[in-house]
Design a protein around this ligand. Structure first.
Ligand code: AMP
Length: 393
C-alpha cells in the first residue's frame, strides 16, 4: 500500500535514471518549480543532462556509481522502465524514496509479467501466450489465432522486437528472427482506434487523469495524438475506470500511461503500460492546467496532484529524424501558424526514426487542432528561402 509521506519541497534534488526527452521535459518542469535535478545517464550531454544541474555518466549496472548518485538526491524516479531493478533496490537500501517503486519497474519492464499481471487483475488484454520454444509457439497458434504478432518479452518499444505472423509457414522464421528464448504470441487486433489514458497517483492514493487520448502510429511509432479522443463518452469512462484499476492494482506513485486498442465492436483491450510520462501526454504541456511532467514532479515529491483540466482541445505530431534528411526543417513556416508550439529535445544526430521533438497545436475543436498540427508539420518541408512568402493564417 502507498503510505502518505512528507512532501519533498522545492530546493530538494530529484534524481532521474534515464536521460532522454521524458527526463528532459520533467527536468524543465522541476526546475521551474525550484527543484534541483540530477540525472544518471549512460551517455554525456544527454537531452536531460542539458537541463539538469548534474549529469552523472555511468552504466546502470555500476552499483557503486548508482549508490554514490542516490546519496546525493532526495528522491529517485525513472524516465523509462528498462532500468535494472537493482537501481531501485540500491536506492531503497540507502533510504532514498523510489517513486514509482521497484515493483512497478519489475512488472512493466517485461511484457510477459506485465500481461500476466493485467490478466490477474481482471483487466482485459489482447489474447496472448508466453512461449519458450518453436514447439511452444506452434502449440500456441491454435488458441491465439492468426494473424498474430510475436514480440520479445524484454526491452521492446516502438515496435522493436516484433514480427508479424500471417500463416503457419511464418512460424520458424519469426522465432529465429527474434533471437530470444522467450516471447509473447499475441492476436493481431483489428482495432478501430488506439487510445491511451495518462493518469497519476499520489503518495496518498489520490488519482487524476487527462481523459482519453486518441493515437495514430506509423511504422509502430506514435505519430499523432488528439485530445480529447473522438469516441463515445461511455467508452471514455470505461477506459478511465480501467486505468484507475491498473494504477491501484500496481500501487503506482507517479504518472502511468495505459495504452488501449478499441475494437470495432466497442471492446477495450489493454496493449501495454508505461509507468512514467508518455509520448501521448506531451500535449498536456500546452493544453492542460498541469502538464504530465509537472504531475510527475508533484507525485514523486508527495505534493498534492494538480488539475488535469484541458484548457483547449489539442493535437501533437512527433518529429522524427527523417524530417531532417532534406535539410534543416523550416521552423519559421510551421510557427507562423498561431496556436502551434515547438518542442525540440536537444538531440544532435537526426537519425531516421529517432524522436527529435514534437509540435503541439491547440484549437477550438479536436479536428481543427489535428488539421493545424499536420499542416504545421507539412510546412517544415517548405524550402527555407520561402519563409517570408508563407502567409500567417
Ligand atoms: P507495442 O510496442 O506493443 O506498443 O506496439 C507498437 C504498435 O504496434 C501498437 O501501438 C500498434 O499500432 C501495433 N500493434 C502491436 N501489437 C498489436 C496487436 N496485437 N494488434 C494490432 N496492432 C498491434
Amino acid at each position: 500500500m502507498s503510505n502518505s509521506s512528507a512532501p519533498i519541497l522545492p530546493g530538494a534534488t530529484i534524481g532521474v535514471f534515464g536521460s532522454g526527452q521524458l527526463g528532459r521535459m520533467m527536468a524543465l518542469a522541476a526546475r521551474s518549480m525550484g527543484y534541483g535535478i540530477a540525472v544518471f545517464s549512460p551517455e554525456a550531454g544527454s537531452p536531460t543532462g542539458q537541463i539538469a544541474d548534474r549529469e552523472v555518466v555511468a552504466d546502470y549496472a555500476d552499483d557503486d556509481a548508482v549508490r554514490a548518485f542516490v546519496r546525493g538526491v532526495h528522491v529517485v524516479t525513472f524516465e523509462f522502465e528498462n532500468v535494472p531493478s537493482s537501481v531501485a533496490a540500491i536506492a531503497q537500501a540507502e533510504g532514498v524514496p523510489v517513486r514509482p517503486g521497484g515493483h512497478v519497474l519489475h512488472t512493466a519492464q517485461q511484457r510477459g509479467r506485465e500481461k500476466s499481471f493485467l490478466r490477474q487483475a481482471g483487466i482485459p488484454v489482447t489474447p496472448f501466450a508466453i512461449v519458450n520454444s518453436l514447439n511452444a509457439l506452434r502449440d500456441a497458434v491454435a488458441p491465439i489465432g492468426l494473424p498474430a504478432v510475436l514480440k520479445t518479452t524484454a526491452f521492446g518499444y516502438d515496435g522493436k522486437g516484433q514480427v508479424p505472423i500471417h500463416t503457419h509457414a511464418d512460424l520458424a522464421a519469426a522465432w529465429a528472427a527474434l533471437k530470444t528464448g522467450e516471447a509473447i504470441l499475441e492476436r493481431w487486433v483489428d482495432f478501430s482506434h488506439e487510445l491511451s489514458v495518462v493518469a497519476a497517483r499520489g503518495c496518498d492514493g489520490s488519482f487524476v487523469h487527462y481523459g482519453v487520448l486518441e493515437n495514430r502510429h506509423a511504422h509502430h511509432i506514435l505519430d499523432v495524438t488528439v485530445a480529447p479522443a473522438r469516441i463515445p463518452p461511455v467508452i471514455a469512462s470505461q477506459a478511465v475506470e480501467l486505468a484507475r484499476a491498473v494504477l491501484v492494482a500496481l500501487d503506482v506513485v507517479g504518472v502511468l500511461c495505459v495504452e488501449f486498442f478499441l475494437t470495432h465492436d466497442g471492446t477495450l483491450l489493454v496493449n501495454e503500460l508505461a509507468p512514467r510520462p508518455h509520448n501521448s501526454g506531451h500535449l498536456t504541456i500546452d493544453a492542460a492546467v498541469t502538464s504530465q511532467f509537472e504531475q510527475q514532479v508533484r507525485a514523486v515529491c508527495a505534493l498534492p496532484l494538480g488539475s488535469t483540466d484541458l484548457v483547449r482541445p489539442a493535437a501533437m505530431a512527433n518529429l522524427l529524424g527523417d524530417l531532417w534528411q532534406p535539410g534543416e526543417p523550416n521552423w519559421a513556416a510551421a510557427l507562423a501558424l498561431p496556436g502551434v508550439k515547438l518542442h525540440l529535445y536537444g538531440k544532435r544526430i537526426p537519425r531516421p526514426g529517432r524522436k527529435m521533438g514534437h509540435l503541439t497545436a491547440t484549437a477550438a475543436a479536436p479536428d481543427q487542432a489535428e488539421r493545424l498540427v499536420l499542416e504545421a508539420r507539412r510546412r517544415l518541408a517548405i524550402a527555407t528561402f520561402g519563409i517570408e512568402t508563407v502567409p500567417a493564417r
